[in-house]
Design a protein. Sequence first.
Length: 590
Amino acid sequence: MAAMSLTFLGAAGTVTGSKYLVDLPGRRILVDAGMFQGEKEWRQMNWADFPVPPSSIDEIILTHAHADHCGYLPALVRDGFKGPIWCTYGTAKLASIVLMDAGHLQEKEAQYAQEGGYSKHDPALPLYTVADVEKTTPLFKVVPFDADFDLGKGIAIRMTRAGHILGSASVTLSTPEGSVLFSGDLGRIDHPVLRPRGTPPGSPYVLIESTYGDREHPDAKGLEHEAMADAVRRTIARGGSVLIPAFAIDRTEIVLKALTELREAGRIPVDVPIYVNSPMAVAALAVYREAEGRGELRDDIQPEDFFNLPNLREITDAEDSKRLNHPDHPSIIISSSGMATGGRVLHHLEAMLPDPRSCVIFTGYQGVGTRGRTLLNGVTEMKFRGRYVPVKSEIVSDGEFSVHADASDLIDWLRDLSPQPETVFVTHGEEGSSDAFAAKIRSELHLTVVVPRYKEKVSLTPHGTYAPLSPVPEPAAVAAPAPRPVPHPPSPGARLPVRNLPDTHADDIDEIAVILETAIGQVPFLPEAKQAEVSGLLHEVLGLVRAESPDLGTVREGVNLALYAAAGAVETPGGQSIVGLLAHVPKVLG
Ligand SMILES: [Zn+2]
């Protein structure tokens, strides 16, 4: 039997539901736990029993916070998964927001279906509940970028920036049996807001996404975002309002940045009110603002670039949200979800589609089977909550907002890997797109390329010899670190101001506590002689951080002492991880 195997439990034959199961002797790891979205045949898969008992999965690694990569987590937790969920700090923060929103939506949809009498279940059931989400977020454990992070028993992961959304990473999983690289979703070379993607270490086996594997983004000719600017101008001129469906995470931030620039350049009217109507987007905006302080944004970006809109109003209240459907003046409404698969944007579509003066501007990839794709295809009637409405509004697409790499970008990412892979698995694309991209890899890079089928299982025992990611230690005599809860998961429901910079002090303290907790989890991987000293110092600082009003100077000194002690064992996996983690604290403290 193969020592290491990989099973494709999602994002095979579709762009959603990313789930890759890695089986090792005595260890079972799941990379991503995405929800299926879009076409009904896939969505129904969310309700099927998971192919292996969730309690048999030891840990989960997340590439990023989009729901098609993390949205299935609460179902796994409800059904028995109890291990740690490893991810970057940005992903932990954003995924907590995404999941809480998903939990609310599931409950709401079940309630609407029950009231409207169109559910197939009686009573209508949510896929999972907010209570399930509350059991999930404490399992997040933060891993730094660009450092080999030891998961125990010779297994290490390395997160490399993927430049797709805040916190997004490619994941290199290195084990005594070999290594495998998961691209996650890859951004374009030049993300408008984030630091660019990096190049991960090569692995014999590489999984690469192929959302845009069959096309190239057009070079922006002339003025940026002219499709959107022009649509806004003519809609406002005829007295209509503009609806921009946008993913709450990342896309709303970029749309606001573009609107700010258009307004400053006088390319759209300056007096039009702009509403962000998505509690999730409002919470995510705060995370992006905070990310600036952690060095995750491009050097030329200031937080004001997203929010310098005098007419910007954020809507968190459901009643205000409904009132927006009949605004007094023409206005611009940004609402999620981006492919109109759920969320408040559905109310707006239902109200605005029958109005020929209004305009809907889509800002990204629209999956097969989603309302977004159907509208772009020119449908004339659309069903909402069991009833049809006519589609009379103008429908526009602004393709410049994509944060997915195109075919050439993806090839560049593969070409930069050293050593080159033995086998490339092309995933996360619609069939035509994955096949076209596989053909491109064969002809340009001359590699072995496979487009795996859903539930296909392959062996990951390499033919050749590859140096492991980091010196793989002998299986540690101690048990893997117990899951340590993130002490203060962000509260997604909180009302967050959009225009005023928040007091991020409490967030900083939370982040430092998370870093220290995670570092303590790595103590068992230090040489035994060092464990008591480093553990004592880390617990001491954690005590300081948790005090009523922590003294940051003393915290800084305490962290330095712990860093110094751990640096004495930097050649070991534990020392390396702890030094990597603690190095982030001064950045947080500023
Ligand atoms: Zn994504």
